[in-house]
Structures are given as structure tokens and as C-alpha cells.
Write a protein that binds this ligand. Structure first.
Ligand code: CA
Length: 223
């Protein structure tokens, strides 16, 4: 799960990042509204933590613009105590929740869990798509009577494909989702992991398969 933090106060941003990373989330951070919007529109995030008072474009306008562009993922707004009107405005503009600064780590994590628990076809043990089940506790892929353990990147890649089953995910979206913006985008890496995953899908005798969309990307479909 990849979370974007849009917050111009470096100390707060660093604090949030370290809390989230310790809890196993992948994070990216940007420090003004313009970069925030740019990153949000990439479509690779599962959740956004968005400060309201931001340089260049304020958080409310970032949110409005993102929603107008069809971005439906959960957004948690960060507000200062004095910004009651902003809170109401933010919820009107499509925020899913807000947190008043200062907040503690436990509360932030609880809010994130609430916002992300309904994503995809989540079952008690994991994520289901077609005839496969991805177990988030064991990192195992279950197919027809067989199961196999996935490496971390394989798991993240398949999770993203399953969340968006039947839809084409571009190579850039997949790479950014799994490797982030910081690391050098390596197209070969993606192909290698896709081929690992295909072998494992075959091994568990799944009808679900990763289909190549030539020149665009991949999609998880049922054969
Ligand atoms: Ca701020």
C-alpha cells in the first residue's frame, strides 16, 4: 500500500513518514500543493494525507482538482485547530476524514486502517480476484488447491493488479507504484517480476492471468 504525504512542514512530514514506514506502508512526500496534485494525478496511491495550508496551491483546491479529475482514493486532511471552516469545506469537497494537528501516531494509523479496509474485494484473510486469493498475513498466493509464497515486490505488484482487475495498468503506473519515484525506473525489473508472477500463477493453476497490453502495460484477467 502506497501513501502520499503532502505537508510543507518538514518535521511533521518526516514524523508521519517514519510512523507509516514502521507500519509497513510505502510512502512518498511532497512539500507544496503543486507537486501534491501532480503526484496525486499519477494514480498510483492508495491514500493521500493532505495538509490544508500549503504553498502554491492550498490543500482544498488540490482536493477539488483531484476529485474533478476522477481520483476517488481516500484523502485525509490535516488541519490546524483554528481552521474549523476549512474542515467543513474540505469534507464538502470530497475529503474522507480529517485530523487536527497535533495528533498522535496511533490515531493516524487507526484512521488510515478505516479508510483502506474496504479497498478491493477484501476478505478476512486477504484479497480475492477471479480464482486467486492473496493472503496478506502470510504473503501467500492461493489458487486451485495449491499455494505459493510471494516475495515482497511480487506481492505488491499482484496486489495492485488484483485491486484493478480487468483494467490496464500502464508500465509507468506499475513501476511508480512498486519502486516509487526516487529509484531509477527500470523497465526490465518490471518484466522480470511479471514473469516470476506468471510462473507462480501457473504453479497454483490459476485461471487469473497477467495479460500483456502491447506498448501500454499489463492487466489481470481471467483466461
Ligand atoms: Ca502547512
Amino acid at each position: 500500500m502506497r501513501i502520499l504525504i503532502v505537508e510543507d512542514e518538514k518535521e511533521i512530514s518526516d514524523g508521519i513518514q517514519s510512523v507509516l514506514q514502521k507500519s509497513g506502508y510505502e510512502t512518498d512526500a511532497v512539500y507544496d500543493g503543486l507537486d501534491g496534485l501532480d503526484y496525486i494525478l499519477s494514480g498510483v496511491y492508495d491514500l493521500i494525507i493532505l495538509d490544508i495550508m500549503l504553498p502554491k496551491i492550498n490543500g482544498i483546491d488540490v482536493l477539488k482538482n483531484a476529485r474533478e479529475n476522477g481520483i476517488t482514493i481516500p484523502v485525509i486532511l490535516l488541519t490546524a485547530k483554528s481552521q474549523i471552516e476549512d474542515k467543513i469545506n474540505g469534507l464538502d469537497c470530497g475529503a474522507d476524514d480529517y485530523l487536527t494537528k497535533p495528533f498522535d501516531a496511533g490515531e493516524l494509523l487507526a484512521r488510515i486502517r478505516v479508510q483502506t479496509r474496504n479497498a478491493g474485494e477484501q476478505t478476512e484473510t486477504g484479497l480475492k480476484a477471479y480464482d486467486i486469493l492473496l493472503d496478506k498475513n502470510t504473503f501467500k498466493l492461493h489458487g486451485n488447491d495449491k499455494s505459493v509464497k510471494l516475495a515482497r515486490k511480487e506481492y505488491q505488484l499482484l496486489e495492485y493488479l488484483m485491486h484493478n482487475k480487468g483494467q490496464i495498468l500502464t508500465r509507468d503506473m506499475l513501476i511508480t507504484k512498486i519502486w516509487g519515484f526516487e529509484e531509477e525506473n527500470d523497465y526490465n525489473n518490471l518484466d522480470v517480476y511479471i514473469s516470476f508472477l506468471r510462473k507462480k500463477l501457473k504453479y497454483v493453476e490459476a485461471k487469473a492471468a497477467i495479460v500483456t497490453k502491447k506498448g501500454i502495460g499489463y492487466s489481470l484477467e481471467k483466461e
